[in-house]
Structure formats: structure tokens, C-alpha cells
Design a binder for this molecule. Structure first.
Ligand code: PGA
Length: 243
């Protein structure tokens, strides 16, 4: 197996180890391109990056960020858009230039054009140096649901019901949960020079087991990570219980 698994005692330790890695990347390469993720898993990491920025002045002035995905149909300032999430959880609290932060536009009139624009932009800035990833219960990475081609680039995707159910906790009702998203593709993610996958909690244990021991198949998108040459999985004990 090519990837490294770092065992953390709990969510806090997982977040701390991830923060150290991100900070050391930015220290080594102040103009790094960071690939960022949303969801509950990376929130602790973002809190620690903010704390570090305030205490140690680590600067994001020359950093560019590209986010994995965005819901289709939510206004940018909707409380559940990933645009809002990233500003509230990270961007508003560090010195990154908001013009250097990028999230696919879930309100674009033409999603194919938006996907092509996003993919081209990532290419033009030289590709992602360090991609932060979470994993869905069904093995999705970004919003690449089971069945997505390993060759996919940024694209429009219909969300799996399991994903909509998992994310319903943020909405008033199931009806409000978007049915589609625009996401970096599996190939786009695999093109990152380095990947950190964060996995926390007992509910992700089965997914992590599948990723580590299961078949490499488009039916379980995260399994593709076994083909990447620089993946670090940082997981807490609860998530590691079946490993
Ligand atoms: P979560 O989402 O961090 O909220 O569990 C992860 C994902 O769906 O990729």
C-alpha cells in the first residue's frame, strides 16, 4: 500500500496533525495552492489554522485556494452555500486575498462552461499542491458519488440520496437540500501533488475499511486514492476501529 495512515486519538488530535502539515507546507512554499474541503470534518483544522495565523502570523497572502465543490442552486450568500462556509470558517479570519480563493459557481447559467472554466483555472495556476479531503459514508470524495468515472474532471453531479440525507442536518427540511452539485472530478483530485484525507468518527469506520481493504472500483470513489503516490490518511480511533 502506498499511502500512510496516521492514527490520532480523537478529532482534536486529527485536526492538530493536519494543521501542522498545512502550516509546514505554507512555510515551505508561501505561494502554495491549497485544495480545500467543506463539511464537518475539516472544521477543526480550519479553527487551528486561524489560531495559528493569529498567534504565529503564518501568512496566506500569496496562497491560492481551490475548493472541491459547491451546491447547485444556492445563492452564494445562502447560509448553506460552501461559499459562505469557507468565508465564515476560514477566509474571513486569515490574510488570504479573497480574489485568490476559488469555489465552483453553483449559480452559473451554464454548468458545463463553469466546469470547464474551473478546470482550466486549476491547470493555469499549476495544479493543487496539497488537497484536503473528507470522505462520504458512500465513499464519495468531493461530491463524486459512486459510479463517477475515475477520469472525470470538474462536472455537474446529481447528489446521492445518502449524501442528501447526511447533509440534511444543515437545512430546515429534506426538500431544501439541493439535488445537484458541481464538483472537481476524480481525475482533478488525483492530479493534486499531495493529498491529506481526514476521517473522523465511528460512522466513517466502514468507509475507511472499504478504502483500505476493498476493491479499487468506481463504485467506491475513494478507493482510487490507493493509486495516488502521496496520500496521508489522518484518522481518529473511532474511524479506525475496523482497520
Ligand atoms: P463530513 O462530510 O465531513 O460532513 O462528514 C464529508 C464528505 O461528505 O465528504
Amino acid at each position: 500500500m502506498k499511502f500512510e495512515i496516521i492514527k490520532a486519538d480523537n478529532y482534536e488530535e486529527m485536526s492538530r496533525i493536519a494543521a501542522e502539515k498545512v502550516i509546514s507546507k505554507i512555510t515551505e512554499k508561501p505561494n502554495a495552492i491549497l485544495g480545500l474541503a467543506t463539511g464537518s470534518t475539516p472544521e477543526g483544522l480550519y479553527k487551528l489554522l486561524i489560531e495559528d495565523h493569529q498567534k504565529h502570523y503564518t501568512s496566506y497572502r500569496y496562497v491560492k485556494t481551490v475548493n472541491l465543490d459547491e451546491y447547485v442552486g444556492l445563492d452564494k450568500d445562502d447560509k448553506n452555500s460552501y461559499f459562505t462556509f469557507m468565508r465564515e470558517k476560514l477566509f474571513n479570519h486569515i490574510d488570504v486575498d479573497l480574489n485568490n480563493t476559488n469555489i465552483p459557481d453553483g449559480t452559473a447559467a451554464n454548468m458545463e462552461e463553469e466546469a470547464a472554466r474551473y478546470e482550466k483555472y486549476i491547470d493555469e495556476i499549476g495544479g493543487v499542491d496539497l488537497q484536503i479531503l473528507g470522505i462520504g459514508h458512500n465513499g464519495h470524495i468531493g461530491f463524486n458519488e459512486p459510479g463517477t468515472s475515475f477520469k472525470s474532471t470538474t462536472h455537474l453531479i446529481k447528489l446521492a440520496e445518502k449524501t442528501r440525507e447526511a447533509n440534511a442536518r444543515f437545512f430546515n427540511s429534506m426538500d431544501e437540500v439541493p439535488t445537484e452539485a458541481i464538483t472537481m472530478g476524480i481525475q482533478s483530485i488525483m492530479d493534486s501533488k499531495e493529498i491529506i484525507l481526514l476521517v473522523s468518527g465511528a460512522s466513517k469506520a466502514e468507509a475507511l475499511k472499504n478504502l483500505v481493504y476493498g476493491e479499487i472500483t468506481e463504485d467506491f470513489p475513494a478507493s482510487v486514492l490507493r493509486l495516488h503516490n502521496k496520500v496521508t490518511i489522518i484518522a481518529d480511533q473511532d474511524a479506525l476501529q475496523l482497520i
